[in-house]
Ligand binder design. Sequence first.
Ligand code: PMP
Length: 394
Amino acid sequence: MSERLQWIQDELDRLKESGLYNRIRTISTPQGAWLVVDGKRVLNFCSNNYLGFANHPRLVEKARQALEKYGVGPGAVRTIAGTLDLHTELERRIAAFKGVDAAITFQSGFTANLATIAALVGKEDVVFSDELNHASIIDGCRLSGARIVRYAHADPVDLEARIRENEGTYRRAIAITDGVFSMDGDIAPLDKIYEVTSAYNVMLMVDDAHGEGVLGKGGRGIVDHFNLHGKVDIEIGTFSKAFGVVGGVSAGSPLVVEWLRQRGRPFLFSSATPAADVAACIAAIDVLEESTELVDRLWENARYFKAEMKKLGFDTGVSVTPITPIMLGEAPLAQQFSRELFEEGVFAMAIGYPTVPHGKARIRVMISAAHSKDDLDKGLEAFARVGKRLGVIG
Ligand code: PMP
């Protein structure tokens, strides 16, 4: 190994020693309630496939038809020769679904955040950012060059104090929050946040990655949940979670969307999403608009699983959504718990620093409408056995 790369080996060794090393498992089946992971059939408690869309026959069929019609590659970025009629149809459909006036799609939720934040603020500006915001928001803020002012998690009073403290020191300001926080499953008090930002003429952006398909009427998302239509300037979404596919979106004010078409760098400089993925996203909206059945089942499953975990004596933190953290404290314990669950036939990953703070390691269980009650019961039994063995529950 070259001497100048030795530092990487040292860092990797340190990660391994501290139990923070990511071991990546390999899946050889479609996403669903059960998976084959590293050759073993296991119950899937890991994926963001909230509604079972990742392998839904209607999405697969629409993707297959688009693949046959358009082929596999987009050929160019959206502004050169990459915009298909399917892209504009998806933008229209997702805007209508969310009850907003305009939308622009991106290759992922991550790039939607980078594009949007960097287009809205720059060096002379300020971002007020919830201290637990997702990494893609943090990176978008850094990329923008704006001053980043963190406010206490989900705390509109602290947000107001930070805005007042900084008044007069910036050209423009934006407040940004996750809608549902992906590691804890709590919901930002967006109605209270809006009261503050509107009073101080601060732009408001919410990342609804874990809210769409989950919160609001039939899964219309966090803005619908709080009935804030027309008030939030821009919502970020992803098609990789409840929608079961891949891709990102910024939705809301037509002015912001038009600005992103001119200045959103991943839109301008990275190739468009392939047709099959876009067609599958449109099919997901079709299914969601026809019936609330899957969203209802997701919530039923989540309520049942959480209530039973609490009865067993587990700490599921502050979650009020299908994201169910099982709080364990130190990373090595969480990793051992995850390994033993896997031996028991349950795939549930340990999450530690830097994804969550030191000392707050956990297993994060992602409940899906694809789980049957029998699946959930099997999972609960495995948690009970491992929890007792490792002394987490009595
Ligand atoms: N925002 C949040 C809150 C997320 O949890 C994620 C996914 N980890 C993203 C954005 C990025 O979405 P994508 O996977 O589509 O890039």
